[in-house]
Design a protein around this ligand. Structure first.
Ligand SMILES: Cc1cc2nc3c(=O)[nH]c(=O)nc-3n(C[C@H](O)[C@H](O)[C@H](O)COP(=O)(O)OP(=O)(O)OC[C@H]3O[C@@H](n4cnc5c(N)ncnc54)[C@H](O)[C@@H]3O)c2cc1C
Length: 219
């Protein structure tokens, strides 16, 4: 799919808080076209402070959304959280290759996310209705649900690590170790690098070929 953009200043629609530190920022999409799984670079106008955010919304929606966690001491994640409708915003992109091949109907997908790493999978599952997937989503707290009602509940396993709750009390890597690994499936991993390194090791040891492993590292 061809993806393009020509202008850089966009207008904020709103900020939608999902928890006390995670929100969805919606802004107009202008002439940006993208493939589900790609990211954009976003920041205040008139500065060079841009940060990467996976696109949360689907390619056919009339706006762009990103799912952002306010990082302690973070500049852009806090700045974006304070935007109000009509504010201007710098956006570049789309970028990245964390996308699904056109032959997606022939494959089974395993999506593994920590925190806001669920964002590209939100876009992908909306863009490809009927995709054969299972999503492991790991968060620290029970309340970090990030609009899970948008997914088929039978295809989601929630892992909550710091308190009881979810489908599994533990981390996504505990879930990967506990379940049979489908070495034919395509594994997409997104979130913090510690999870991604650990998951890579588990999956490679279980016989998943390198060609079936895809990763988007946030931090
Ligand atoms: C390809 C890509 C896609 C990404 N997509 C998303 C996304 O969809 N949603 C999202 O919330 N983030 C995403 N990120 C992370 C995002 O780009 C920023 O790094 C994050 O929002 C922090 O930016 P900041 O300006 O607030 O913090 P900064 O001012 O850059 O950093 C402040 C402090 O926080 C630390 N820090 C930076 N990033 C993180 C982090 N993610 N977690 C914990 N500590 C951190 C820094 O080391 C520093 O000490 C993505 C990153 C990449 C590379």
């Amino acid at each position: 799919m061809e993806t393009t953009t020509t202008r850089t200043t966009y207008t904020v629609h709103h900020v939608r808080w999902l928890t006390d530190s995670v929100y969805v920022l919606r802004f107009d999409r202008g002439d940006i076209t993208f493939a589900a799984g790609q990211y954009v670079s976003v920041g205040p106008t008139g500065t060079i402070d841009m940060r990467e955010y996976s696109v949360y919304s689907a390619p056919d929606e009339p706006w762009l959304e990103v799912l952002v966690k306010v990082v302690d001491g973070g500049y852009v994640s806090r700045f974006l959280s304070q935007l109000t409708p009509g504010d201007p915003l710098n956006v570049d992109g789309p970028f990245g290759f964390f996308t699904i091949d056109p032959d997606w109907r022939e494959h089974t997908y395993r999506f593994v996310a920590t925190g806001t790493g669920i964002s590209p999978f939100h876009a992908i599952t909306r863009a490809y209705p009927g995709i054969d997937f299972h999503l492991l989503h790991g968060t620290r707290r029970q309340n970090e649900r990030f609009e899970l009602e948008h997914y088929d509940a039978r295809r989601v396993t929630r892992c909550v690590s710091r308190e009881p709750g979810g489908d599994l009390h533990g981390r996504v890597t505990d879930a990967l170790r506990a379940e049979p690994i489908d070495a034919e499936a395509r594994y997409y991993l997104c979130g913090n690098c510690d999870m991604i390194y650990e998951a890579f090791d588990i999956l490679q040891d279980a016989g998943v070929p390198h060609a079936n492993l895809f990763a988007e590292v946030y931090f």
